[in-house]
Design a protein around this ligand. Structure first.
Ligand code: PAF
Length: 279
């Protein structure tokens, strides 16, 4: 596996490749990421991974500085997965001058859910993803469904800009107790780690109620938030949305069996976890 940090070297390595499958990451790789690499391998060749902790998508009080950086370990894991090139740019490589041109997701999708609680987050994501796509020029790119809203925003961006990149969504990789794997799980204390699966259990309860025919969306959401708060979580949201556009379902949607997804974000101690479940 070649590890390159400059955009020029990356382009040299990938010249003439027409079927590149790309997996962008921020590193600190776990089994979830590796499952994305395996899916990428089924959709293209060569597989290119990137590791870049993108300052643009972190708020001023978020964990940019303490985000785990484990490049050596990550590179070993990627090598074993048969990744052809690892693009691991420095901030100077990626942003040699202030990144003044940005990609702005639409209000309805970009400012709700994660966008409401992390202002500017999705602009940071779409800007770096657009730039990474421009560097790698992939035919396909793989994103995890764990970041459901991110996947939808990137997919819509690719469609609206007519990018020649197909966006593939990968199922969320879970620990045996149901906790969705995430680099941020590493921040949890041992006690918090035993509590953490409750987030997914809560989503399952909401999904079960909806499947059983309950239609009072606001009540179900509030019930779930309250039960998390009672267990000392600080929920930002538990929200039932339409899968198609992540907007709240109408009464008619609930009557007509519109495909839904329930999404949640909540803090456990100092760690903010997100998860979702298609209903
Ligand atoms: O999901 C992530 O790890 C990041 O948001 C991404 C897509 C690599 C962009 O920095």
């Amino acid at each position: 596996m070649k590890i390159v940090s400059s955009i020029e070297e990356l382009r040299d390595q990938l010249r003439g490749q027409l079927r590149t499958a790309f997996v962008p990451t921020m590193g600190n790789l776990h089994e979830g990421h590796l499952s994305l690499m395996r899916l990428a391998k089924r959709h293209g060749d060569p597989v290119v991974a990137s590791i870049f902790v993108n300052r643009l998508q972190f708020g001023p009080n978020e964990d940019f500085d303490k985000y785990p950086r484990t490049l050596q370990d990550d590179a070993e894991k990627l090598e074993k997965e048969g990744v052809y090139v690892l693009f691991a740019p420095t901030e100077k490589d990626m942003y040699p001058e202030p990144q003044e041109y940005r990609v702005l997701p639409p209000d309805g999708l970009g400012n709700t859910l994660e966008g409401e609680f992390r202002p500017g987050f999705f602009t940071g994501v779409t800007t770096v993803v657009m730039k990474l796509f421009s560097c790698v020029q992939p035919r396909v790119a793989v994103f995890g469904k764990k970041d459901y809203q991110q996947l939808m925003i990137v997919r819509n961006m690719a469609r609206q800009f007519a990018l020649p990149t197909e966006i593939i969504g990968a199922e969320t990789y879970r620990a045996e107790d149901g906790l969705a794997l995430s680099s941020r799980n590493g921040y949890l204390s041992a006690t918090e780690r035993t509590e953490a699966p409750v987030l997914f259990q809560t989503l399952n309860k909401v999904a079960e109620e909806v499947r059983a025919g309950r239609k009072e969306v606001a009540q179900l959401e509030q019930q779930a938030m309250t039960s998390l708060a009672q267990r000392h979580w600080q929920p930002d949201y538990v929200s039932i949305r339409r899968r198609i556009d992540l907007q709240p379902p109408s009464a008619a949607d609930m009557e007509q069996g519109e495909p839904l997804v329930v999404l949640a974000a909540a803090k456990l101690g100092n760690t903010r976890l997100i998860d979702n479940l298609e209903i």
